[in-house]
Ligand binder design. Structure first.
Ligand code: AHR
Length: 646
C-alpha cells in the first residue's frame, strides 16, 4: 500500500512539473505604440460612515456621545453612574444649553463626594504607557471636578483636577500623560465636594492624530488610506447622504465650523447594528472640512456627494418638490465657493476660518448617491444647469442607479441621451464569477460619450468571505478598467472600513478594532493597482490556452502600461494551479532592471487583525531581465511586473 501511495505521489508531482513547463499563455506588449493617457484619478477610495467607519473608527474621538445628544435607547446613552461612597444624581437637560444646535447637556448634582459618571468610549478606551490624551469639555457650576482615565479594573492611568468651575459655560482642557496600558479603559468624572455642574462636549483625543491635525483622525487607519495613494476620495456616502428620510439626510453645512456647534444626526445604517450597540449616531466631528483636509493630506482629489432632494429609495423615498429644490441647489453652489472661493468670499471665509485660507481645488461633485428613475433625472437636470452656469469646469457625477444593468440602468442611459452629464456613476456588488466575465464591460462603450465612474464595487461570495477569491475576481475586472481608462476616469471599491463587531455590510476593504487594523486581500489588490497606475496605456495581446475564448473559460487576464521608462504589466491567474507565461516586449531594446510583486493564496485565505499579513504582497527582483521573459504565475494570484527599459 505504501508503495502505491509513493508511486501515486511521484506521478502527481510529474504531472505538475509537465504542466509547469508548458506556457499557458503568451503576452505581447507593444511598447512602441503607447495608447491613451490614464487619468491620475483612476484608482480612488470611497468613504462612507457605515460599519462605524467615522465615530468609533477613522475619527479619533474616544468618547461616545460626548455631547449628550444621543438619547436612545436611554438619555444617558454610553454614560454610566459612579458611586464611590458618594451620592448624587444626574439627568440630561436642555434649558440654557451651550448653543442651539447642541441643545442637551448633563446636569450633575453631587450630594456627597465620590459621585460621578463614566464613559467607556467605543467598547473601551485604549491607552498605552508613555502616550498622552487630550481632554476637553465645557462646564458651568461651582467647585472642582476630578477627572481620571481608569483601567477596566479601576486603577488610575492618568488624572487631573479641574478647579473652580465657572458659573457660565467655559471650555476646559488638560493633557493627560498615561502611566500603564489598557485596551478597555474609561474616563471617570467625579465631584469631590457637594456641588452642581453642567457638562457638555466631553472629549478625549489621542495626542497624536494623522498629520497631527486638531480634531483629527486615527493614525493607523488614515495611514492605510495614504498607503493606497488614492487618486480621489468620494465621501461622505453612500446611503447616508440620502438618509432614511430627508430629515436624516446628510447636509454638508451641518458638518463644518466649531465641533460644539455641529448638528448631530442618527445613522440610517443603525437598523442592522447588533443588539450590543443598538444605536448608531453621526457626531459630524469628521465633517466636510476634515474630509477635504484628509484628501489634501493623502494627495486625493476630493469628490463630495450631495443630496439631490431625494431620500433613500430603499427606505422612505421622500422627494423635495421640483419647485422647492433651491436650498439643495444652493448647498451645491455654496460648497463650491467654500472649497474653491477666495478667503474673502462668504463661504471661502468659513474655510479660511477653519485654518485653510488656500482653496482646496474641488474638481468633482456628485449630485445624489445611488438614485434612479425619472424623479432623479428631473432633479439632476436642475442642479446641472445651475452649477454649470456658475462653475462650468466642475465635473458633475450622475447616478446610473443601483445596478450595472436592468430597467433603472437602461432608463439612465435613455435619459442621458437627451440631457447633459459629464460622468456617470455605476455600482456593482456581484458574485466573483460576474467580475471574471465582465472585464470587457467597457470595451465597447462610446469613446466620445459620457465618461464612467465605477463608484462602488466589490465581489461578494455567498458566504461573504473577505478572502483571496473575491479579491482576485476584482483584480481581473480591474484589468478591464485600466484597459478602458479612456472611458473610465474613476473607480473605487466599497465599503472602505468595518469595525469588528459593529458591521452592517460585508465585505469591506479594511477591518479594525480599537487598537489594530488589517487590509483584506481586496485592499492589497486596490493598493497594488493604485501604486502601479501607469500614465499611459500600452496595447497588448494575450494568447495561449489560459486566454482562449470562450471568455468564461479564461483564467488569465492582463493589462500593460508605461510610466516614464517603466513598463508596468498586471497579470491575474484565476486558476487553482500555477500558469506559465511567456512575455514579449516589442519596441524595447533592453530591460535594465525588473521587479515583481505577487499577491497569492488559497481562495479562502483571509487576513485578520491577529494575522494581518497572511495574504500580503511579496516583492522581489527579477534576475537577468530582458524584453522576453518567462514567468510562472501562482494559483489565484495577481502579479505586477515593473520593467525599466531603454
Ligand atoms: O456601500 C454600501 C452601500 O451600497 C452604499 O451606501 C450605497 O450607495 C450602496 O447601495
Amino acid at each position: 500500500m505504501k508503495n502505491v501511495i509513493i508511486r501515486f505521489l511521484i506521478a502527481a508531482v510529474a504531472a505538475i512539473a509537465v504542466r509547469a513547463v508548458a506556457a499557458d499563455a503568451t503576452l505581447a506588449v507593444d511598447a512602441a505604440k503607447p495608447g491613451h493617457a490614464i487619468s491620475p484619478t483612476l484608482y480612488g477610495i470611497f468613504f462612507e460612515d457605515i460599519n462605524y467607519a467615522a465615530d468609533g473608527g477613522l475619527y479619533a474621538e474616544l468618547i461616545q456621545n460626548r455631547s449628550f445628544e444621543f438619547r436612545e435607547p436611554d438619555e444617558l446613552f454610553a454614560w454610566s453612574r459612579i458611586e464611590r461612597g458618594g451620592a448624587g444624581e444626574f439627568a440630561v437637560k436642555a434649558d440654557a444649553p451651550l448653543n442651539a444646535t447642541n441643545p442637551h447637556y448633563l446636569h450633575l448634582t453631587i450630594r456627597q463626594p465620590g459621585f460621578g459618571i463614566a464613559n467607556s468610549g467605543y467598547d473601551g478606551i485604549p491607552v498605552r504607557n508613555g502616550e498622552a490624551k487630550l481632554l476637553s469639555f465645557y462646564a458651568r457650576g461651582s467647585g472642582d471636578l476630578d477627572i481620571a482615565i481608569e483601567s477596566a479594573d479601576g486603577k488610575p492611568l492618568a488624572s487631573t483636577r479641574v478647579s473652580k468651575i465657572s458659573n457660565d459655560w467655559k471650555k476646559y482642557s488638560a493633557r493627560l500623560p498615561i502611566i500603564g496600558n489598557d485596551d478597555k479603559a474609561r474616563l471617570v468624572i467625579i465631584g469631590n465636594a457637594a456641588a452642581t455642574f453642567d457638562l457638555d462636549m466631553v472629549s478625549l483625543f489621542p495626542e497624536h492624530t494623522f498629520k497631527d491635525r486638531p480634531n483629527g483622525l486615527r493614525t493607523d487607519l488614515a495611514q492605510m488610506l495614504a498607503d493606497m495613494k488614492p487618486g480621489f476620495m468620494r465621501f461622505p456616502g453612500g446611503c447616508i447622504v440620502e438618509g432614511k428620510d430627508l430629515a436624516n439626510s446628510y447636509r454638508w453645512k451641518d458638518t463644518i465650523g466649531d465641533v460644539a456647534e455641529r448638528r448631530q444626526n442618527w445613522n440610517r445604517w443603525q437598523n442592522a447594528v447588533p443588539t450590543k450597540a443598538p444605536q448608531y449616531y453621526q457626531s459630524y466631528g469628521l465633517g466636510f472640512f476634515e474630509f477635504f483636509q484628509l484628501c489634501e493630506d493623502i494627495g486625493a482629489a476630493p469628490l463630495p456627494v450631495l443630496n439631490c432632494g431625494m431620500s433613500c429609495q430603499y427606505q422612505d423615498k421622500q422627494l423635495v418638490p421640483l419647485d422647492q429644490l433651491d436650498p439643495y441647489v444652493q448647498d451645491a453652489l455654496d460648497l463650491i465657493e467654500w472649497a474653491n472661493g477666495p478667503a474673502d468670499s462668504k463661504w471661502g471665509a468659513k474655510r479660511a476660518a477653519a485654518g485653510h485660507p488656500a482653496p482646496f481645488g474641488l474638481k468633482f461633485l456628485a449630485i445624489g448617491n445611488e438614485q434612479w428613475g425619472d424623479q432623479y433625472f428631473d432633479r439632476y437636470k436642475i442642479f446641472h444647469a445651475a452649477i454649470k452656469a456658475k462653475y462650468p469646469d466642475i465635473q458633475l457625477i450622475t447616478s446610473a442607479g443601483p445596478g450595472p444593468d436592468g430597467a433603472n440602468f437602461d432608463l439612465a442611459q435613455r435619459r442621458l441621451k437627451t440631457q447633459p452629464a459629464d460622468i456617470i456613476d455605476e455600482h456593482y456588488y456581484k458574485d466573483p464569477s460576474w467580475f471574471l466575465k465582465h472585464d470587457n464591460r467597457y470595451d465597447n462603450y462610446d469613446r466620445k460619450g459620457i465618461k464612467v465612474f465605477a463608484g462602488e464595487y466589490a465581489a461578494h461570495r455567498k458566504d461573504r468571505k473577505n478572502s483571496i477569491e473575491p479579491a482576485i475576481a476584482e483584480a481581473t475586472f480591474m484589468t478591464g478598467l485600466e484597459r478602458n481608462s479612456d472611458v473610465v476616469l474613476l473607480a473605487s471599491y466599497a465599503p472602505l472600513f468595518a469595525r469588528i463587531g459593529n458591521t452592517q455590510w460585508n465585505v469591506d476593504l479594511i477591518w479594525f478594532d480599537n487598537i489594530s487594523c488589517c487590509g483584506t486581500p481586496s485592499y492589497y489588490v486596490q493598493k497594488l493597482y493604485s501604486i502601479n497606475r501607469p500614465d499611459v496605456f500600452l496595447p497588448c495581446t494575450l494568447g495561449g490556452s489560459g486566454a482562449v475564448p470562450p471568455p468564461t473559460n479564461r483564467t488569465i487576464y492582463a493589462v500593460a502600461g508605461k510610466t516614464g521608462s517603466d513598463i508596468i504589466i498586471k497579470l491575474v491567474n484565476t486558476a487553482g494551479e500555477p500558469a506559465d507565461m511567456d512575455i514579449k516586449l516589442d519596441g524595447i531594446g533592453k530591460v535594465t532592471s525588473a521587479s515583481q510583486t505577487v499577491l497569492a493564496g488559497n481562495p479562502n485565505d483571509e487576513n485578520t487583525v491577529i494575522t494581518p499579513r497572511r495574504v500580503f504582497p511579496k516583492e522581489s527582483s527579477i534576475e537577468n531581465p530582458s524584453p522576453t521573459l518567462h514567468r510562472t504565475l501562482p494559483a489565484n494570484s495577481l502579479t505586477i511586473l515593473r520593467l525599466t527599459g531603454s
